[in-house]
Design a protein around this ligand. Structure first.
Ligand SMILES: [Zn+2]
Length: 96
């Protein structure tokens, strides 16, 4: 049986690979020029980090200042109607 492999070293993060946080900082250009040079050189020679870099570029984590968009106007209107409908106590008195 043939074993699936990605090169002789294997497709995995190695001890000398930069962390995901470092790669993300590299993408966001918040690393020092020296680190930027090191990470750039590493990514160019490491298949795994190159792939991770692509992933982080395309699917960057949501920043902390993110606020979800407001719900559609129709949902808001339905919510208002629902709340005002349940607030009326006339029906409840008749039942009880
Ligand atoms: Zn690497």
């Amino acid at each position: 049986m043939r074993k699936l492999s990605f090169g002789s070293k294997g497709f995995a993060k190695r001890p000398n690979c930069p962390s995901s946080i470092t790669l993300l900082s590299y993408i966001e250009a918040t690393v020092s020029p020296l680190l930027r040079q090191r990470v750039g050189a590493h990514v160019a020679s490491c298949d795994f980090c190159g792939a991770e870099m692509q992933l982080l570029k395309n699917y960057a984590p949501i920043d902390e200042g993110y606020t979800p968009p407001p719900p559609p106007a129709l949902i808001h209107l339905l919510g208002k109607i629902f709340v005002s409908g349940s607030a009326s106590s006339n029906r409840n008195r008749q039942v009880a």
